[in-house]
Design a protein around this ligand. Structure first.
Ligand SMILES: Nc1ncnc2c1ncn2[C@@H]1O[C@H](COP(=O)(O)OP(=O)(O)OP(=O)(O)O)[C@@H](O)[C@H]1O
Ligand SMILES: CC(=O)C(=O)O
Length: 616
């Protein structure tokens, strides 16, 4: 049986089910078809062996059957497929839960082993969904703004397959019901994707144009911004910030639509209407933003709207909250207060988009859980040619401090209308990774563009290429002077990776056991140049690590145990999930059971094979 042939290349994962029971095959096929997989079936190992010689499968599910020697034949099939197609993921299903058989299956190359129970078909389907989002080699992260172009379940699934790590919901657009719906869809599709809410802050926007038309402002024309409610046209439009007429003065310049349109204030009439002259004309649509760089605005973050949006963010248990128009640490203090009042705890990402934020950058960074270089507004608030210098400087300071940093806006802007970006845009994404950004972000490209999936796929390829050009150790190992003494562990692990490399013994991953995510971030700060598998029991911590470069969160499927057992279980789980291989050498970082209050204080060095041998 084959599902609908997909229209594009993001829905072509192929799976083969090998099971002697027709009823089991058909039940599982139906479940997998819902995951948009192309599903084939084989009744016997012999027919499966023939099918895999003729066709490539991404995933093969092998039911070992009730007893030996059938099980043995299934393991031989596993070995044969792995030899022929090493990238094929094999899931073994069996009633036999003996450790010896499980270990042997892993040795033969199985990615996972599911013990048959009443719910096994659902378990297999969930695992296959996970495996089909192929383990990406990319270490830096991709943030996608969700909008009307991508809010369907189908599109969201395609964004995930294409490489979205964090979904951004911009509270400047859309009703609460819409944000709630998108969140529910995302959570249904993935327990790993992080969701970031973005509060508007004291951003001034124009109101609606009549029938949401696009109007054109001609240079030299008069244009009025009014606090009176009305539907806009090419002569006048309303404002969503009623005190602006009191706060501007003749001679002030106002920029609309990310600076595409510039207006000079001539006079204010009746305390409500700002009469302006159009300096640079251009198109204008409903709800576009206004920047007033020289105006001392009285509004601060959080606004009343922000408070309502924060309550929603807490109710939806969002993983990050981006805070617009931050000017100092006090703004973050107030936002944090509102988050706590609403009964939540959400890491805050400060958006750097005001001139004042540049002056107060250090205090903002120290008070933030992450930084976003929000180049859209920043390039209007300060001279556009000054932005690249600040981008590099902010990223460098974040890297030094171990604070995750996102580079945002217009990264592949031309792909909103074209399947091919400009050469300069490709360079921009590449260079942001060389600068050291943990994540790169898409705005209109993924929210309202014509090619959202293609844009994410391309961004992922550019990022992977950029990472390949980085030196194996991204930095000269940083000094730990001035940091807490336990950060020496992060420094030490990075040094060990480098030393092992110089001997020709490559470390393939660091497995870090992390309760609150701190140790994984601390390891990432020293940019060891290999994936950090952050093993945690807390799904929220796992999602909040999605923003940090090199950190690959892994939700532990075992229950709490002492730290050394958790480390062993974590390596075995990483092996089952295809994150490490049998021949790999891994470093581990964890706490100890006899100093449970301490931070990470144990480093381990393991050959994965030894661990398997001792478990058998
Ligand atoms: N929830 C949404 N619904 C509809 N369109 C959206 C949504 N989110 C974003 N968009 C569209 O994508 C464009 C770019 O998204 P982005 O989040 O950068 O918004 P913005 O309005 O430019 O700004 P800001 O980030 O300053 O709030 C928006 O101008 C809007 O047209
Ligand atoms: C992302 C955003 O808000 C900006 O670039 O202005």
């Amino acid at each position: 049986m084959t599902t609908d042939q997909g229209q594009d290349d993001v829905t072509t994962t192929k799976a083969l089910i090998v099971d002697e029971h027709a009823a089991h095959r058909s039940a599982l096929s139906q479940l997998l078809a819902r995951e948009d997989l192309h599903v084939h079936q084989a009744e016997t190992f012999e027919s499966a062996s023939r099918i895999v010689q003729e066709d490539h499968f991404d995933i093969v599910i092998v039911d070992l059957g009730p007893a030996q020697p059938r099980g043995r034949a299934g393991l031989l099939l596993t070995e044969e497929i792995k030899k022929r197609a090493p990238t094929t993921q094999i899931v073994i299903v069996s009633e036999d839960q003996s450790v010896g058989l499980i270990v042997e299956a892993m040795h033969k190359g199985a990615s996972d082993y599911i013990v048959k129970s009443d719910a096994f078909a659902n378990q297999v389907a969930a695992l296959v969904r996970k495996l089909s989002r192929r383990q990406s080699l990319r270490r830096s992260k991709i943030v996608c703004t969700i909008g009307l172009a991508t809010d369907s379940e189908e599109r969201l699934a395609q964004l995930l397959d294409a490489g979205m790590d964090v979904a951004r919901l911009n509270f400047s657009h859309g009703e609460h019901a819409w944000h709630r719906l998108v969140c529910e869809r995302l959570r249904r599709l993935s327990d790993q994707v992080a969701i970031m809410g973005d509060i508007q802050g004291p951003k001034i926007r124009i109101g609606r144009m009549q029938e949401d038309r696009t109007v054109f402002l001609d240079p030299g024309a008069t244009f009025v911004l009014t606090s009176r409610p009305l539907e806009g046209d090419a002569n006048i439009v309303s404002l969503d910030y009623p005190s602006l007429p009191q706060e501007v003065k003749p001679g002030h310049d106002l920029y609309l639509n990310d600076g595409l349109v510039a207006l000079r204030v001539e006079e204010v009439i009746d305390g409500t209407d700002i009469v302006t002259r159009v300096l640079h004309g251009g198109p204008l649509t409903s709800r576009k933003g206004i920047n007033a760089p020289r105006v001392q605005l009285s509004a601060t973050v959080p606004t009343d709207k922000d408070r309502r949006d924060i309550e929603l963010a807490v109710a939806l248990d969002l993983d990050f909250l981006a805070v617009s128009f931050v000017t100092g640490a006090a703004d973050l203090e107030r936002v944090r207060g509102v988050v706590h009042e609403a009964g939540g705890h959400i890491p805050l990402i400060s958006k750097i988009e005001r001139a004042a934020a540049i002056d107060n950058y250090k205090e903002i960074m120290d008070a933030s859980d992450g930084i976003m270089v929000a180049r859209g507004d920043l390039a209007v608030e300060i001279p556009t040619e000054d932005v690249p210098y600040h981008q590099k400087d902010f990223i460098e300071q974040c890297n030094q401090a171990g604070v995750p940093v996102i580079c945002a806006t217009q990264m592949l802007e031309s792909m909103t209308v074209s399947p091919v970006p400009t050469r300069a845009e490709v360079n921009d994404v590449f260079n942001a990774i060389l600068d050291g950004a943990d994540a790169v972000m898409l705005s209109a490209e993924s929210a309202s563009g014509a090619y959202p999936i293609e844009t994410v796929q391309l961004m992922s390829r550019i990022v992977t290429n950029a990472e390949a050009s980085l030196p194996p150790q991204e930095f000269d190992i940083r000094d730990t002077a001035g940091t807490p003494y336990f950060e020496v562990i992060g420094h030490g692990i990075s040094t060990m990776v480098r030393h092992m490399d110089s001997r020709g013994d490559h470390i393939s991953a660091i497995v870090a056991i992390t309760r609150e995510g701190y140790s994984a971030r601390m390891l990432a700060k020293y940019r060891p140049g290999v994936p950090i598998i952050a093993a945690t029991h807390d799904p929220r911590v796992a999602r909040q690590l999605m923003l940090s470069r090199s950190v690959k969160p892994m939700l532990l499927d075992n229950t709490l145990a002492d730290p050394s057992t958790v480390t062993q279980m974590a390596i075995l789980q990483a092996l089952r999930e295809g994150r490490v291989r049998v021949d790999d050498i891994v470093l581990t970082a964890s706490g100890s059971s006899w100093a449970p209050q301490s931070h990470t204080n144990f480093i381990g060095l393991f050959a994965v094979r030894d661990l398997l041998d001792s478990a058998s």
